[in-house]
Design a protein around this ligand. Sequence first.
Ligand code: GLN
Length: 192
Amino acid sequence: MLTIGILAIQGAFIEHEKRLKGLKINTFEIRQLSDLTKDMDGLILPGGESTAMKRLLIDLNMFESLKKRINDGLPTFGICAGLILLAEDIVNEIPHLGLLHISVMRNYYGRQKDSFKTIGKSKNQEIPMTFIRAPKIMSIKKDVIPIAWYNHDIVGVLEGHLLGTTFHPELDRSNVIYEIFIDLIKTNKKTG
Ligand code: GLN
C-alpha cells in the first residue's frame, strides 16, 4: 500500500486525505520537522496561501528539510499555493522552493473570478476544475510537460518527479489528476 504525506500546516489538506483514502492510499499529516523524516512514497503540498505557508515552514524550521526531501526525488504534487511554493519563478515576487521550472503569476484570474468551477482537459478527457484565487502558469521551461488545460491556459504540469496544478482536484469528483500522481509514484518506486 502506498503512503502519501500531506503538508498540514495551513490550507486545504483534509480534502486530500479523504480523497486518497477513497483510493486506498495511506496518508499522514506533516505538521512538524520530525514528520518529514517518516517513510513516504509521495508528498502533497496543498492549496492555501503560499506566503503564509512559507512563513510557517520557516518558523517551524521545516523549510530546508522539506526542500531537501523534494530535491532528493520524492514525488511531489503541489496544488495552487503548493504549486506556487514549488515554482522557480513568481512574477514580481521572490520564489520559495524554486524547484519546478515554471513561471507563475499569483491571483491571476482577478476579483470577479476569485473562484470558479469550469471544465478543462487532461488525458484527452474533459474534467471538472475548481479554481480558487488561482495563479496562472505564464511560461514553462523545456523539461516541463503540460498535462492539463483550461481554454488555452496550461493549468497542470509535470517535470520529472514534480506534478502541479493551478486548480483543486480534491474539490471535484474526477480522479484523473490523482491517477497521474499515483502513476508517477509507482514509476518512481520501480526506477528509484
Ligand atoms: N492565492 C493563493 C496564493 O497566492 C493560492 C490560492 C489557493 O491555493 N487556492 O498563495
